[in-house]
Design a protein around this ligand. Structure first.
Ligand code: PRP
Length: 191
């Protein structure tokens, strides 16, 4: 049976933001189509190379899992865990390294995989940190980009969707650590 994303999701009263209604923003079909498209471009670009895909935990794990399974090149995976938000819906303005990568990326092609670039703080921190290890190349993939507010002084190499400054949830993105398993992406209702 075909998967159908519910048009609305209500956060249970017992949770933080309880009673808030989230509206469908990107369907699982739209997301999967975009994942295939990005994977095709990466496979083309990295043909005969073996990049290390670095997922930024926690949010990127769903996108990362779908993306790597759609690649048709050899690759390795690793993860880094950073935090730029507290448990609220706004950036705290600081990035903390909670878990470093294990791989030696010196002389390697690195592809950083993000679920969302919001203010751009996390990805800027990552870029500086990874470049200290002298990789051959570092490129950035993000499923979502808040292009109006991200303060980046370098372009992202692969972007799924440019989105406005709305709080989005699902497909790895959380509200207070929950809802990461939704197969579509939902947005808080605009007031
Ligand atoms: C989110 C997201 C990005 C970052 C983007 O992670 O996964 O890593 O915020 O925000 P920025 O561009 O403003 O830095 P978060 O710190 O919320 O942790 P999580 O992935 O565990 O949810």
């Amino acid at each position: 049976m075909a998967h159908v994303d519910p048009p609305k999701v209500t956060i249970p009263a017992s949770s933080k933001f309880g009673g808030e209604t989230l509206e469908l923003y990107l369907s699982s079909e739209q997301i999967q189509q975009k994942v295939k498209e990005i994977a095709g471009r990466i496979s083309e670009h990295y043909r005969d190379k073996c990049p290390i895909m670095i997922g930024v935990l926690n949010g990127s794990f769903v996108f990362m899992a779908d993306l790597v399974r759609a690649l048709d090149i050899e690759f390795e995976v690793d993860f880094i865990k950073l935090s730029s938000y507290g448990s609220e819906t706004a950036s705290t303005g600081t990035v903390r390294l909670l878990k470093d990568i294990s791989a030696d990326i010196t002389g390697r092609d690195v592809i950083v995989v993000e679920d969302i670039v919001d203010t751009g703080l996390t990805i800027k921190f990552l870029r500086n940190r990874l470049q200290e290890a002298s990789p051959t190349s570092v490129t950035f993939v993000s499923l979502l980009l808040k292009d109006e507010i991200a303060k980046l002084d370098f372009p992202l190499d692969y972007v799924g969707f440019n989105i406005p400054n709305r709080f989005v949830v699902g497909y790895g993105l959380d509200v207070d650590q929950k809802f990461r398993g939704l197969t579509a992406i939902y947005a808080f209702k605009e007031n």
